[in-house]
Design a protein around this ligand. Structure first.
Ligand code: FES
Ligand code: CO
Length: 327
């Protein structure tokens, strides 16, 4: 089954492949929608090929990058960045390189500290993340975090405000302040946004004082969403762009960009550690939800008003026709 047949909507989108920092001099293998890819970097930039040499099917990711070419480990055929084979060591000089000696290439870009791949080659506009260009924000890359769960399940969990008081109690919420006030969803040009939702947190600003902070969620793409947490008194903003790589229906790899317009008093490593700890609290939940696939039929489960973000997300996936493991 090809990626496009697994999910044409996602194949048409930009999917996060890895962090920029993961891709240095060596090629690396990754899987998107069951498609095995090799990513590599040259002076021209980042590139994605099918992880398969047309000669004898060796994994190109076991090879190396030499003088701007991807070299197969097995018989050292050399592929140019456009996919064409530029050198076949076994071929006598009198013979031309067969035109069929080509790797399958995919669109690949690097942005916001992440590498993105577009399988279908339609290259839609990449999601915008204004905090990345804004010098008032400090950005920290988080992930990869592998999860044995359906990719839309990971995204919906991130958009779920009701669980903060319980799953993340003591950190992002308090059980005796679990009530969620009403809010609406607003359609915008680049996505669907919630109005601000008050969340009572034990110590959002490090002063030891419990108070409300205000969450805004926004659905940007099927597997890319964001939230903003605002401290109304201090003007502190924290945003997270969450984006998920769909390995297949039941396997996801999550990445994030965490941005702060204030001094957190912590190192990048500490910020990542905290986010890992929060994510570890979510993991057993999302890995055991039933059905495994996200139900898009709104009658399938019982929703509350406070679930408006996830209802909007399910409606959005349904409207787009996202097929990947949705029920
Ligand atoms: Fe790649 Fe032979 S399998 S060069
Ligand atoms: Co959570």
């Amino acid at each position: 089954m090809t990626a496009a047949s697994l999910d044409p909507v996602l194949a048409n989108d930009w999917i996060v492949a890895c962090r920029s920092s993961d891709l240095r001099d060596r090629p690396i293998p990754i899987v998107i929608l069951r498609e095995r890819l090799v990513l590599f970097r040259t002076e021209e930039g980042v590139h994605a090929f099918s992880d398969l040499c047309v000669h004898r099917g060796a994994a190109l990711s076991l090879g190396c990058v030499r003088e701007g070419r991807l070299v197969c480990p097995y018989h050292e055929w050399e592929y140019s960045t456009d996919g064409a084979c530029a050198k076949i060591p076994q071929l006598p000089a009198s013979q031309a390189i067969p035109l069929k000696a080509r790797a399958r290439t995919f669109a690949c870009v690097e942005r916001y500290g992440l590498v993105w791949v577009n399988l279908a080659g339609n290259e839609p506009p990449l999601v915008t993340y204004p905090e990345d260009d804004d010098s008032t924000f400090r950005n920290v890359i988080w992930g990869p975090q592998e999860v044995n769960a359906n990719p839309p399940r990971i995204v919906e969990n991130f958009l779920d405000v009701g669980h903060l008081a319980f799953i993340h109690q003591g950190y992002l919420g308090m059980p005796d302040h679990a009530e969620i006030g009403d809010y609406r969803m607003v359609e915008e040009e680049d996505g669907i946004r919630s109005e601000e939702i008050a969340v009572f947190q034990p110590d959002p600003d490090g002063s030891g004082q419990a108070k409300n902070v205000y969450y805004t969620y926004k659905i940007l793409r099927p597997l890319t969403v964001r939230f903003t947490k605002r401290d109304r008194e201090l003007g502190n903003l924290m945003t997270i762009l969450l984006t998920v790589r769909p390995v297949d229906e039941g396997k996801s790899v999550a990445y994030g960009i965490l941005s702060f317009n204030y001094d957190t008093g912590t190192t990048d490593e500490e910020i990542v550690e905290f986010q890992d700890m929060i994510f570890a609290q979510d993991k057993p939940i999302v890995e055991n939800q039933k059905p495994e696939n996200l139900p898009l039929d709104l009658q399938a489960e019982l929703s509350l008003r406070c679930d408006r973000v996830s209802i909007a997300y399910r409606q959005y996936l349904k409207k787009l026709g996202v097929a990947l493991g949705t029920a």
